[in-house]
Ligand binder design. Structure first.
Ligand SMILES: C[S@@+](CC[C@H](N)C(=O)[O-])C[C@H]1O[C@@H](n2cnc3c(N)ncnc32)[C@H](O)[C@@H]1O
Length: 447
């Protein structure tokens, strides 16, 4: 009669199990008997039947040949649950539990509806299922290129009651929507082909789950690029990588434009997980940021009291336009200019010049507009006693210019300022003052 204690003692002496742990033998025997490992210690005297002995010996033999215990048992523990595994999928590793924990900790706030998360290269579904169980309100998209892996992942999800996962057979981010994901996680293949350090047990695992080109980085290279398209601004990418790949992986992420790159160590003290965030559109395309800054500057410049200054000068002028932003329509601009509101008209013209220059991408012209209008208003304030007289003179002057500029092909900002070079008396009223005092502001407008 062979008891549990006898079977385990002979397994320890067997050359087939020489390279494997006592725990492996105990797990295999517990599996054959349909009990826990604890039960083996509780009832070492329990006799084994012939079928149990031969089944146990068969498993020991296969284990001796290097087949992983998880494949022999058909399941593997991950986090707080058991997953069915077979040689079509990688056996989930403890390091990957760290990836799950980090994903749960660093997930962005759930602001607008459920978080959208993708697990690319899901294999047995380990990561996706762990996240789905911990966060039933998240929407998880599990992707794998292997149909066999996906079939097993689906089965695992069903058996573990993880309903918030959808599965897709595809290569990495293929078919995933643009800018749709708050977080993308992956434990991709990262072993260099021919790596001599690879554990012999890995020979039983699928090549496509392990190997990633000559340097072990080909999958991560693809992922870092593809994920950028799919993450929302500020979204996170969490990747597991090889213990010696910290620098090259960080380099790939940084070159692809990710920000806030952080490293995390596994329980053995190796850098194993990397986390990075998607930059905002402006960070990705600095020219957008520059354009936005220019828009803000231009708006600020235009909302300064430029036009009010002009209005103050024209306070007695019944045709003075309302203060506020310059009119949008070029027709209106012309009408207002021709209405006799010269100061306002000048501001308007300068503003229009600024605007048209701005359309070509330059803010300085807008600043000139503000500077010039400011100076016009200040001149008017400095000489209030001549305001009315100047105003009438300018009306007259402007009327003559209008005739001339209309003939010359229309009224333009340059046409008004041309009065400096025209045959008009240079010392007449306000214009003269402007030309003397504010030549610098006027000159650029004519260029
Ligand atoms: C290291 S395994 C990880 C499995 C599982 N996520 C885990 O952590 O246990 C890598 C997985 O990526 C899958 N894979 C390999 N190339 C792929 C590709 N181009 N697109 C999608 N999945 C791929 C493999 O089939 C495998 O399931």
């Amino acid at each position: 009669m062979t008891t549990i204690a006898d079977a385990l003692a002979s397994a320890r002496k067997s050359p087939a199990t020489a390279n494997h742990s006592r725990v492996d033998s105990e797990r295999l025997l517990a599996h054959v008997l349909g009990v826990t490992r604890g039960a083996l210690y509780a009832h070492p005297e329990r006799p084994l039947g012939d079928r149990e002995i031969s089944e146990f010996q068969g498993l020991l033999q296969r284990r001796g040949e290097g087949e992983p215990v998880a494949y022999l048992l058909g399941n593997a523990g991950f986090m707080d649950f058991q997953l069915a595994v077979d040689p079509c999928v990688l056996i989930p590793r403890p390091e990957t539990e760290l990836l799950v924990e980090l994903a749960l900790e660093s997930a962005p706030e759930d602001k607008n509806g459920p978080l959208q998360v993708a697990d690319i290269g899901t294999g047995s579904g380990a990561i996706a299922i762990a996240l789905a169980r911990a966060k039933p309100d998240w929407l998880i998209h599990a992707v794998d290129l292997s149909p066999q892996a996906l079939a097993l992942a689906r089965r695992n999800a069903r058996e573990l009651g993880a309903r918030n996962i959808s599965f897709r057979e595809a290569s990495w981010c293929e078919g995933l929507a643009d800018s749709a994901y708050d977080m993308i996680v992956a434990n991709p293949p990262y072993v260099a082909v021919g790596d001599p350090a690879l554990h012999p047990d890995c020979a039983f695992e699928p090549d496509m789950a392990l190997f990633a080109g000559a340097d072990g980085l080909s999958a991560i290279r693809q992922i870092t690029i593809q994920v950028r398209r799919c993450l929302k601004a500020g979204g996170l990418l969490l990747l597991e990588h090889g213990h010696d790949q910290r620098e090259p992986v960080a380099g790939l992420l940084s070159a692809a434009g990710y920000r806030n790159i952080k490293h995390y160590r596994d329980h053995a003290g190796h850098d194993r997980i990397i986390c990075a965030s998607q930059s905002s559109p402006a960070q990705r395309r600095p020219e957008l940021k520059l354009r936005r800054q220019r828009r803000i500057q231009a708006r600020t410049a235009l909302s300064e009291p430029t036009l009010n200054e002009g209005r103050r000068f024209n306070s007695g002028n019944t045709t003075s336009p309302s203060p506020g932003l310059p009119p949008k329509s070029p027709l209106n601009e012309g009408r207002r200019f021709n209405s006799g509101n010269t100061m306002y008209g000048r501001s308007q013209m300068v503003w229009r010049e600024g605007r048209s220059t701005k359309a070509g991408g330059s803010t300085p012209a807008t600043r000139d507009a503000t500077a010039c209008a400011d100076s016009c208003g200040k001149v008017a304030q400095r000489r209030p006693e001549v305001q009315l007289r100047q105003h009438h003179r300018l009306l007259d002057l402007e009327a003559r210019h209008r005739v001339r500029s209309t003939k010359a092909g229309g009224s333009t900002p340059a046409t008004l300022v041309i009065s400096k070079n025209s045959a008009q008396p240079r010392n007449s009223g306000l214009e003269s003052t402007l030309l003397q005092n504010d030549e610098n502001q006027i000159r650029p407008i004519r260029q």
